[in-house]
Each structure stands twice: as C-alpha cells, then as structure tokens.
Design a protein around this ligand. Structure first.
Ligand SMILES: Nc1ncnc2c1ncn2[C@@H]1O[C@H](COP(=O)(O)OP(=O)(O)OP(=O)(O)O)[C@@H](O)[C@H]1O
Length: 458
C-alpha cells in the first residue's frame, strides 16, 4: 500500500493475514465521452476498506450512491480511475489479457434481477456450463457432470439441466444464477441485491442457501442491499456509502445498535421500530443527494447533514432562520444543476419570465414575513444579486463563505485564499472494534453527532 493512500483515505490500516481483499483510495469515474472532456460522474470517490477471508461485508446506502459501481470495479467489470484493489496481494487493477481472465475465475457476481441475467434461449445446463466452456475446463462430459452436481447443491434437480429459464419461478431462477457463479469455484462473490426482486416468502430461502454455500465452500461475500434488515441478518460487517464515499464501516450489530455517523443515524432512523412506544423520532433528511458529478466541497454529506457544525458566530441563530438558509442554498443548488429546457432559454432570450421562478419570488417565500437580522440580510442581498444574474454558483459561494463551517470545507482559522483546497473530513475510530466514521463531529472540539441529534430529534 502506498503511503499516499494511507494518508488520503485510510479506513483500515492494520496489516492482517486474514485479509482477502484490500481496497485503497479507489476511484471509479464515468467520463461522459464528450469531445471537450466534460465533468465525470464520480461514482466511487476514494474508498478504502478490507474484506476478511470468509466474511460477509454489507454495502448499504441510497440509490445512486455507487454500490453497484464499487462491486463491479472490485471484479474489474469497470476499470478503476485510481487507487488499488489487492486480492491476496495482487493489485488486480494492473492485470490485463490472459492474467485478468485467469484471475476472474476467483471472483464472480450474482445480479439482482434473475430475469434479465439469464438468457431465455439457453437451457439451464448451457447457462450454468458457459463459464466452464469459456475457460475450457476439462472434457464436455465432466462439465455436464459438474453442472448437474451444482444444480443439486443449489437445491434444484439434475433433470432441470434440459429446461429453459421461463419454466422456473423467480427464486429458482436466482438459484440458477447462483449455480452459474459457483462453476469455477470462486473465493469471492459480489451479491448485488440478490433477493430484492424476489417475493418476501422466497427471500429467506435464498438467503439461507447463500449462507450454507458460504460455509460449505469458504466463500467471501460483498453483499449489496437496500433492505437493512436482510443486511443485519447476514453481514458480519457493514459499510455505509453516500455519494461515492464510505461514511461508516464496522461490525454489523454494533453499527445498527449505536450508529456513529450522522448519515448512518439518518438511514437507520428510517427503519420502523419494532416497539411502537419507543421514543425515537425519525430524522427527515433535507433535499436530495447532490449529483456525483458535482459533489459538495468538504464532507460529502454536508448539504443534508442534520448535525452539521455551525460557524461560531451563528451558533445561536434562530433555528427557523437557519433552516430557511439551508432551504435557500438547496434551491440555488437545484437551480444551478437544472438543465434548463430550450424553451426556457428562448423565453429568457425574448425577455419573458423563466419558468424556474425568479430568485426574488424564492426570497419572498422564504424571508418575506420574517425579520432577518441586518448582518444576515446583507449577505442575503449579496447572494441575491448573483442569483438574479443566473450566477447561482457565486451566490452559493457567498453563502458558504459566511454560513459554512469545517463540514463544508471552510477553515475559519486560516486566511481563505481563493485557491485554498477545502478541508476534507477524516476517519475516526469510534469503537474498540475499529469501527470508523467519516465526520468532523468526532473531533474533540465539537459535540458528538449522537448528542446533537438526540437534542434535536428525540
Ligand atoms: N455506465 C455509467 N455511465 C455513467 N454514469 C453511471 C454509469 N453507471 C452508473 N452511473 C452513475 O454512477 C452513480 C452510481 O451508480 P450505481 O449504480 O453504482 O449506484 P447504486 O448505489 O448501485 O444505485 P442502485 O441502488 O440504484 O443500484 C449514479 O449517479 C449513476 O447514475
């Protein structure tokens, strides 16, 4: 591992013989292919973690946070833009040609949707046998024999060899997909939402099968899922992703029982409490996740964080006004990223009012009947001036410089040069089991995120 990787995003740094997969500062960007280069989508934006041999690491987070891209990059189905992926000490991002093909035998993927991942024109036998054919494994007779054994292993029958996918139920089809991934005896499998498309009644059967197979064949899993209760059941450790970053990673039970990161706390607060009298209020997140093409400066969660640190001079600002300022910034971000339609642009050119609504209407709605202190008012005026000229980015910069904190990358202890790099959050060890969380709140001069959220939401 390079020293650089350690410093930029060290999630886990202790060398461990049990480590099978070691990921350091991994980035996967999708370029948009435009002739001018364009701004890439930062689907995975600098993650570091280890997966131990035989364990199941869960990967959770809202839609679009980069889970599938990360899983696909680990298998080299997407190329990494930067960083390292070591499997048993071989950096697989450097492999190509026959070395990559040979390595691929060790690592497979089970997909969410068994309907679209199975070719309806092939028999079950052909589908499961295909990886053996590609790798020219032994004789055709031995291949047939191996496939029949695998059908047995995943709870199907040998006679199913000559049938077609449409003759099977969703759960059976997922078993076929799983049999196919096992053909080349892999060590590592990425399970991408393997039960989300199945009826609840068959989800448990497939989960049980995956657990049995793990024991029988010493498999190591990366388990990608939306359903947090399934993750809690099956995973040894969990990584919580947001906007291409891992916000928290640690042992499952501990992370569910006592989440440290404000994002994990928000995500888990959406799970219904088994005890309806429990006094836990749901944390409702403001706005939508930012575009991974334009992640915010500083902490990736800063635009929505319910525990965001305020600058000292605004510590006592009225909560309602603070929320309105947050809403204004969210509106400006939306306007900044709104792809204005051609008609909109023509209307503007012709001097007609834009459909997005003028910034003055927004201001009126938010602050019209509110008595804003004069120091805040003058900043709002300055921002409005930019926004009226469609310079939302500059308006946002004015607001960030004044109301932003370390969470948004603003370091108030240094003279902010125009080109100063925003301050990035670092990982903090938050438990004796080496659980880590990416949040400035864990620094000693701030109140812990849990305390802040307790005050505000419980
Ligand atoms: N081939 C691609 N080209 C460009 N952008 C992509 C591509 N694949 C994914 N993305 C973008 O990368 C980001 C991460 O997507 P990804 O599918 O990895 O997220 P996810 O967490 O797996 O989402 P979901 O839970 O909905 O499957 C998204 O903004 C997505 O739109």
């Amino acid at each position: 591992m390079s020293q650089d990787a350690l410093q930029t995003n060290a999630v886990e740094s202790t060398p461990d013989e049990d480590v099978m997969v070691s990921v350091r500062d991994l980035r996967t960007y999708y370029e948009d292919g435009g002739i001018f280069g364009g701004t890439p989508v930062k689907a995975v934006d600098g993650v570091s973690f280890d997966i131990k041999r035989g364990e199941t690491l869960g990967l959770v987070g809202e839609s679009g946070c980069g889970k599938t891209t990360l899983g696909r990059t680990l298998l080299q189905l997407e190329s990494a833009t930067g960083g390292e992926i070591r499997f048993d000490d071989v950096d697989i991002t450097e492999l190509s040609g026959s070395d990559l093909k040979e390595w691929r035998r060790n690592a497979q993927m089970v997909f969410q949707d068994p309907d679209s991942s199975l070719n309806d024109r092939m028999t079950i036998g052909e589908i499961v046998r295909e990886p053996l054919d590609v790798h020219d494994w032994k004789t055709p007779r031995e291949r047939r024999q191996r496939v029949k054994e695998l059908l047995d292993t995943v709870g199907l029958q040998r006679e199913h060899y000559y049938r077609y996918p449409h003759q099977f139920s969703g759960g059976q089809r997922q078993r076929i997909g799983i049999a196919r991934t096992l053909t080349l005896e892999p060590d590592f499998i990425v399970l991408d939402e393997p039960v989300s498309a199945l009826d609840v009644s068959v989800q448990a059967e497939v989960i049980n099968l995956l657990e049995e197979l793990q024991d029988e064949f010493d498999l190591t899993y990366l388990f990608i899922a939306h359903d947090l209760s399934v993750v809690r059941h099956i995973c040894d450790r969990v990584a919580v992703m947001y906007l291409g970053n891992i916000m928290e990673i640690g042992p499952t039970e501990e992370l569910f029982a006592d989440p440290a990161n404000p994002y994990t706390q928000s995500l888990l607060s959406a799970i219904p409490e088994p005890d309806p009298t429990a006094e836990k209020e749901r944390i409702t997140l403001q706005g939508t996740p930012p575009s991974p093409r334009y992640p915010p400066a500083g902490c990736p969660f800063s635009t929505r964080c319910p525990a965001r640190i305020r600058p000292p001079e605004y510590q006592d600002l009225d909560k309602e006004l603070w929320t309105k300022l947050d809403t204004l910034r969210e509106v400006l971000r939306e306007r900044e990223r709104a792809e204005r339609s051609i008609t909109d642009r023509i209307r503007e050119l012709l001097g007609k009012e834009s459909q997005i609504g003028t910034i003055d209407e927004v201001y009126d709605e938010l602050f019209g009947e509110y008595s804003v202190p004069s120091d805040v008012q003058s900043i709002l005026e300055e921002a409005a001036e930019h926004a009226r000229q469609d310079r939302e980015g500059e308006a946002l910069e004015v607001l960030r410089a004044e109301f932003g904190s370390i969470c948004e990358g603003v370091d108030r202890n240094r003279d902010e040069a125009d080109d100063a790099e925003p301050v990035q959050p670092e990982y903090h060890v938050v438990s004796s089991s080496d659980r880590r969380s990416l949040c400035h709140r864990h620094e000693s001069e701030y109140r812990d995120p849990g305390q802040v959220l307790d005050d505000r939401h419980r």
